[in-house]
Design a protein around this ligand. Structure first.
Ligand code: NAP
Ligand code: G4F
Length: 349
């Protein structure tokens, strides 16, 4: 039997890289859409071409952009996927206040463009939409479930609410197998360096190796339900194997503050975060999401999904990786290609 074909937007991102590995392990032909950039942006998936463990597997990349419907249509026509995972987005909440129009072009209109391409060309394909707990915004209740109303607090959150409803509407109006995963924050050593968790663990490594003294942050009281990205991509796949399309919260069911993250991360290397962290109001948001806590009961009962990595294990995994990275940088110099292929420069924010 021919392998199933999966098409991933956002394949170069954190989740795209873990999902690619998962699907390749399951025998899929994986196709990914990469947006053109002036520097290499494939560092999270380069190992799939270079590491003999992966290189015999079927991964193909095509240039495309969520803002270009003509190209998206052409790609869907060429690939004719069985499953589409729409992960591409300008995914940084703080940046979405600076670039609201571009954010919504990728997050909201980009999703509509992908849904329309699927509806017209491969209406039997299964579609996964990367919805977000950021949609709950100023939360109406705690914990948040699939029935909690959306009260978004950022242009990014507003765009994701549009994309969520558009996905549901394509399911209802055209019978598409289209599901929303409402994923709460999930992190990993591959997390972008300007999200708070990775910003902290990068700083811990650099401070421990004498390459940085201070870490400037915003709101330390924000609370998030943080899980491990490697666990969460499994939930995406399970949603598309389910017997019917539906919407699912994916979360750990625990919430922790940025401050707690700091305590464990600095504590891992024998430091006290209070000696190193300073508050810079630049990192405050015009409107903040104070607390997120998800209830993953439906995903557990209907998909058999459960998170495997605990909060402490996640923080320690990230610190340990960034400690090794800082050690390598201290020996070889910053801005050089590290062994994992990531090009290293100082995090900007
Ligand atoms: P990420 O690391 O920021 O990756 C985003 C991906 O989207 C990257 O591959 C990026 O390409 C691509 N992209 C950005 N603009 C694009 C455009 N105009 N056209 C095509 N591709 C574009 O995000 P992530 O953490 O993996 O998250 C994956 C998805 O889940 C996103 O939609 C995010 O909003 C959503 N989500 C994430 C979380 C979380 O906690 N991580 C929680 C809920 C929902 P480049 O590599 O070239 O930048
Ligand atoms: O790490 P963050 O930037 O993640 P945020 O805003 O929760 O968004 C992430 O999770 C969403 C799911 O809920 C995704 F949809 C979205 O794509 C993204 O992956 O910030 C977490 C918290 C915020 O409350 C923020 O105000 O940390 C606080 N924070 C404090 N200091 C900071 C900083 N955030 C960042 N990025 N940088 C800081 O210096």
């Amino acid at each position: 039997m021919a392998s199933k074909r999966a098409l991933i937007t956002g394949i170069t991102g954190q989740d795209g890289s873990y999902l690619t590995e998962l699907l390749l392990r399951k025998g899929y032909d994986v196709w990914g859409i990469v947006r053109r950039s002036s520097t290499f942006n494939t560092s999270r998936i380069d190992h799939i071409y270079t590491d003999p463990h992966w290189s015999s597997m079927s991964l193909r990349l095509l240039y495309g952009d969520l803002t270009d419907s003509g190209r998206l249509t052409q790609i869907v026509e060429e690939v004719r996927p069985d499953e589409v995972y729409n992960l591409g987005a300008q995914s940084h909440v703080r940046v979405s206040f600076d670039e609201p129009e571009y954010t919504c072009d990728t997050v909201a209109m980009g999703t509509l463009r992908m849904l329309e391409a699927v509806r017209r060309i491969v209406p039997k394909a299964r579609f996964y939409q990367a919805s977000s707990s950021e949609m709950f915004g100023e939360v109406a209740e705690t914990p948040q479930t699939e029935n909690t109303p959306f009260r978004p607090r950022s242009p990014y959150g507003v765009g994701k609410v549009f994309a969520f409803h558009q996905t549901v509407n394509h399911r209802q109006a055209y019978g598409l197998f289209a599901s929303n995963g409402i994923l709460f924050n999930h992190e990993s050593p591959r997390r972008g360096e300007t999200f708070v968790t990775r910003k902290i663990t990068r700083a811990v490594g650099r401070i421990k190796h004498g390459m940085q003294k201070k870490l400037y942050l915003g709101n330390l009281d924000a609370q998030r339900d943080w899980g491990f990205a490697g666990d969460y991509v499994e939930a995406m796949w399970l949603m598309l194997q389910h017997d019917e399309p539906d919407d699912f919260v994916v979360a750990t069911g625990e919430t922790h503050s940025v401050r707690e993250f700091l305590e464990i991360a600095f504590g891992r290397v024998g430091l006290d975060y209070q000696d190193h962290v300073e508050i810079d109001p630049r990192y405050f948001r015009p409107t903040e999401v104070d607390l997120l806590l998800g209830d993953p009961t439906k995903a557990r009962e209907k998909l058999g999904w459960e998170p495997r990595v605990s909060f402490r294990q996640l923080v320690e995994m990230m610190v340990d990786t960034d400690l090794a990275l800082a050690h390598w940088e201290a020996e070889h110099g910053e801005g050089r290609l590290a062994p994992d292929g990531l090009y290293r420069t100082r995090p900007a924010n």
